[in-house]
Ligand binder design. Structure first.
Ligand code: PEP
Ligand code: MG
Length: 564
């Protein structure tokens, strides 16, 4: 049997299937009304206490695995949320069974979060579900299979893994993970990648098809799960697994080396950051600069507009961690596919073409000024660059820069210290890319946001699965445009980097260098493979490759050339 899904973590895993079917907690047999509310309240408080004890024990057992421990820390916070607890108590006091009260209150909030298009916020909905299930299992005494101890290698097959399942996995024995659901940024995918466990998501009908205990091979590179009579295939997969591991070890050697072509031309490799969590900062410490700090996480994690002081603390933390290396903070990029539950916005027919990012900030100067004040106050703690996203013409850049200057004057009048700050722009709209000579004359630096640039250039919504085939990141038109921007910046002697996903693709990175780029910024996990790819070719080879890619007639041809 051969089943196809989507790879989220590469490699080859072999073992027997562990079919994980967590028992769903069903309230159908529980009466919603309860006669004795005092007893129900006691049951709820007891369950809450036991859930807290379980979560603390799980957190403490994960010392040295910060990211996973954080999941349980977050669950403890949700469990102890006073507003939800108050609502649950009110319902119980009105005669509702404790299990129903928990079910209704947690579901209300998780449904609210699950409706947003933003994957990070949806992830919070999964956390709420997870805490709810834990409480219900305790209240209704439902046992759960244990994923924390296996005695032999297993391929874990599940409909979906909750954040708790993921964090408590016996990672020494889980040789692969296959699920029906889950996203590329789910806890499961992130954990699998960080631990090097091969993982494939989105396998339709998986849990109805595989059998517990049968032998299986997870070939993540081919996005395949194979089960059944595998004896003939086994030696081949053993060889591929060994080769993959050797290759992964070789690639890992590049983590601490500086980026360079085979003939010694330096290419600075930077980090993209989407949080100020200690483990993310630590993972990025080999980076020569932070090319993109996505400040919107501060807004998305919060239930209110983050105050100046809250923002200052986060920017200061990141700047201090990287000093003296420069950190480029992108101002708020909300709108498009990202919404804030506490910031109502008018519905738009085409949100990606709407009041997004800098456009929203210019329309809401109150909100923008708070961020600019926090950034300028933080500038004394390191080397700060401020970058404006989603700019389609120079007027917007000038308005934003003028506001920044006003805020600087205001702070100086108040007696606040303000450091020197580079002011730049993301080039992610075709209109701005085509004006790169003017941008290079006015801005201190720029960074190419190829994720959006590709979407606006190909007129294909980056989040719409129906048009994925048209969203072609190897489109020769995109490389031509990038080359044109690079030439303008080289002529002007101004720094230009790429912080879109293209920079982190080992096939595309040499093309970008061939086009003139000398700074690439990416998520830290991708840096070793990119450095390895750069070390494999001379600059002249990359320039010839870039020429060929720009002269290709289709994205398919360009990609084939780049992949060699
Ligand atoms: C981009 O558009 O390339 C980019 C880096 O920004 P984001 O993916 O956050 O829109
Ligand atoms: Mg963008």
């Amino acid at each position: 049997m051969q089943m196809q899904g989507t790879e989220v973590s590469p490699g080859v895993g072999m073992g027997s299937i562990f079919l994980y079917a967590p028992r769903t907690v069903c309230l159908e047999t529980v009466e919603r009304c309860a006669a004795d509310s005092a007893q129900q309240l006691e049951a709820y408080l007891d369950a809450r206490q036991r859930a807290a004890a379980q979560l603390s024990a799980l957190r403490d057992s994960l010392q040295g695995r910060e990211a996973q421990a954080k999941i349980f820390e977050a669950h403890l916070e949700l469990l102890e949320d006073e507003e939800m607890e108050g609502e649950i108590r009110d319902r119980i006091e009105d005669g509702t069974h404790a299990a129903w009260a928990v079910q209704e209150v947690f579901s209300f909030y998780s449904d609210l979060l699950a409706q947003t298009e933003d994957e990070l916020i949806r992830q919070r909905a999964a956390d709420l579900q997870d805490v709810k299930d834990r409480l219900l299992r305790i209240l209704l005494q439902v046992e759960q299979p244990d994923l924390s101890h296996f005695s032999e290698p297993v391929i874990l097959a599940a409909r979906e893994l909750s954040p708790s399942d993921t964090a408590s996995l016996d990672t020494a024995h889980v040789a692969g993970i296959a699920t029906e659901q889950g996203g590329t940024t789910s806890h499961m995918a992130v954990l699998a990648r960080s631990l090097g466990i091969p993982a494939v998501l989105g396998i339709h009908g998986l849990t109805e098809t595989v059998h517990h205990g049968e032998p299986a091979v997870l070939d993540a590179g081919a996005s395949l799960l194979l089960t059944g009579a595998l004896e003939e295939l086994r030696p081949d997969y053993e060889r591929r697994r060994a080769a993959f591991e050797v290759k992964a070890r070789q690639t890992a050697l590049f983590a601490q080396r500086p980026g360079s072509t085979a003939d010694g031309v330096a290419v600075a490799i930077g980090a993209n950051l989407g949080s100020d969590r200690a483990e993310d900062l630590t993972a990025a410490l080999n980076a020569e600069f932070v090319g993109l700090f996505r400040s919107e996480f501060l807004y998305m994690q919060s239930d209110h507009l983050p105050t100046e002081e809250e923002q200052l603390a986060a920017y200061r933390r990141v700047l201090t961690a990287f000093v003296p290396r420069p950190v480029t903070v992108r101002t708020l990029d909300i709108g498009g596919d990202k919404e804030l539950p506490y910031l109502p916005m008018d519905r738009e027919e085409n949100p990606f073409l709407g009041l997004r990012a800098l456009r929203l900030c210019l329309a809401r100067p109150d909100l923008f000024r708070t961020q600019l004040r926090a950034l300028l106050r933080a500038s004394c703690y390191g080397s700060l660059n401020i970058m404006f996203p989603m700019v389609s013409g120079l007027e917007e850049f000038r308005r934003a820069r003028a506001m920044l200057e006003e805020v600087r004057e205001e702070l100086l009048r108040e007696g606040c210290a303000v450091g020197d700050v580079g002011v730049g722009v993301m080039i992610e709209t075709p209109s701005l890319a085509l004006l790169a000579d003017h941008v290079a004359a006015e801005a201190d630096f720029a960074s190419l946001g190829t994720n959006d640039l590709c979407q606006y250039l190909t007129a294909a919504d980056r989040g719409n699965p129906a048009v994925t085939q048209y969203y072609q990141s190897f489109h020769p038109a995109l490389f031509r445009l990038v080359g044109q921007v690079a030439r303008s910046f080289t002529r002007a002697g101004k720094p230009l980097s790429v912080c879109g996903e293209l920079a982190s693709d080992p096939a595309a990175a040499p093309v970008l260098v061939g086009l003139g780029l000398r700074k690439l910024s990416m998520s830290s996990a991708c840096a070793p493979a990119v450095k390895e790819a750069l070390a494999d070719k001379t600059l002249a080879q990359m320039e010839a490759l870039a020429d060929a890619v720009c002269n290709a007639s289709t994205a398919g041809q360009a990609q084939a050339l780049a992949q060699g």
